[in-house]
Design a protein around this ligand. Structure first.
Ligand code: FMN
Length: 355
């Protein structure tokens, strides 16, 4: 695998570890990935709950938590550390400002179009900006708006296809439609980006995500034009992943048909491992009583079947009676928990051995 440049950052192994909330990718996993030459990513989702001992105020605790996680990651690595921030979160602006002032190397912004993201940069900012998108149209809109409003182009893009874990930027009926497959999206987006690259005399690398599990998968998608990949699921079953052992075990125990598409209160479909909680939601037995955190802009308490942040925090701790684990379509393939170092070795070996 060839190194990739993102602005002035050199990524030795072009593998980004996808940000995973709530609490699945924090400084532990992110620093381990960065130490192997990839990009380690801290998820900013739900930090206000994970750090509620610091403050009962969700927003204040989120800012404190993000600073702490960036600081802890820096203590453990000199490698490249990013932060994943969802546009749909109510604390989006706070999380962006904190990441920039704490000098995170990269911000990954998805779950909505981050149209005003460059407005947060200051003259001396070093943070690179990478939108996460699901279509060539989104790539074009972001490039046009950023260029005309801020004279700035994205430092790279991540395209997340329909086989990814977590929330998906597709309608349910598009998920199994070949027209929306990652293999179709990558060349479309590469073509779209070429126009902006030629006009502006610079590269805009594209990283492909969603269902990439082996070094062979990496090679195939790079042959279609991706400069690298973003992977989530494969990093969950590592010793350094910040989730509980029970969460990781849910992946090891999962069979292929346990992984299903759910309807999230956020208003997007998501991919998760079936749990008793999901069954109870299907039977209409769950109803949120209150919305304590107001974490997501698009979540409406009156029509939500459950509180997503509470469900994800429960899952993080291994409580699947009251939560569920988000997971990519390949989550059933893990058989044991190994280190991030072994994971990278195995990805590189698989890459070399594949055609
Ligand atoms: C447990 C889990 C949590 C995730 N949480 C987030 C998140 O908070 N924000 C986000 O942009 N993507 C999230 N994702 C998506 C990942 O960052 C990544 O793009 C995706 O998992 C790639 O597909 P893969 O799991 O098949 O490798 C999550 C994925 C998983 C498996």
């Amino acid at each position: 695998m060839n190194p990739v440049k993102i602005g002035n950052l050199s990524i030795a192994v072009p593998v980004i570890q996808g940000g995973m909330g709530v609490g699945i990718s924090l400084s532990g996993l992110a620093s381990a990935v960065a130490n192997e030459g990839g990009v380690g990513v801290i998820s900013s989702a739900g930090l206000g709950l994970l750090y509620r001992n610091f403050s009962k105020d969700y927003l204040a605790a989120s800012i404190y938590g993000l600073k702490e996680e960036i600081r802890k990651a820096r203590e453990k690595t000199l490698g490249v550390i990013g932060v994943n921030i969802m546009v749909a979160m109510t604390n989006f602006a706070d999380m962006i400002k904190t990441s920039i002032s704490e000098k995170a190397d990269i911000i990954f912004a998805g779950a909505g179009l981050p149209l005003d993201l460059p407005s947060f940069l200051r003259k001396d900012s070093i943070t690179k900006l990478i939108p996460i998108i699901s279509s060539a149209r989104a790539a074009r809109i972001i490039c046009e708006k950023w260029k005309s409003n801020y004279n700035y182009l994205p430092d790279a893009f991540v395209v997340e296809g329909p086989m990814a874990g977590g929330h998906l930027g597709f309608r349910t009926e598009q998920i199994d439609d070949d027209d929306y497959s990652l293999e179709k999206l990558v060349p479309e987006i590469v073509n779209e980006l070429r126009v902006f690259e030629e006009k502006n005399h610079r590269r805009i690398p594209l990283f492909a995500a969603g269902g990439i599990y082996t070094g062979g998968d990496i090679k195939k998608i790079m042959q279609l034009g991706a400069a690298g990949v973003q992977m989530g699921t494969r990093f969950v079953t590592t010793s350094e992943c910040d989730a509980s052992e029970d969460f990781k075990q849910a992946y090891i125990n999962a069979e292929k048909n346990d992984i299903e598409i759910i309807k999230s209160p956020v208003g997007m479909p998501g991919r998760a491992i079936f749990s008793n909680f999901i069954q109870k939601v299907k039977e209409g037995k769950k109803q949120p009583l209150k919305c304590p955190f107001k974490c997501i802009k698009t979540c409406d308490i009156s029509s939500s079947p459950y509180c997503i942040i509470t469900a994800l925090i429960n899952a993080l701790k291994g409580n699947f009676e009251n939560g569920f684990a988000f997971a990519g379509s390949n989550a059933f393939r893990a058989t044991k928990i190994i280190s991030v170092r072994e994971t990278f070795k195995s990805l590189l070996r698989e890459y070399k051995e594949s055609q």
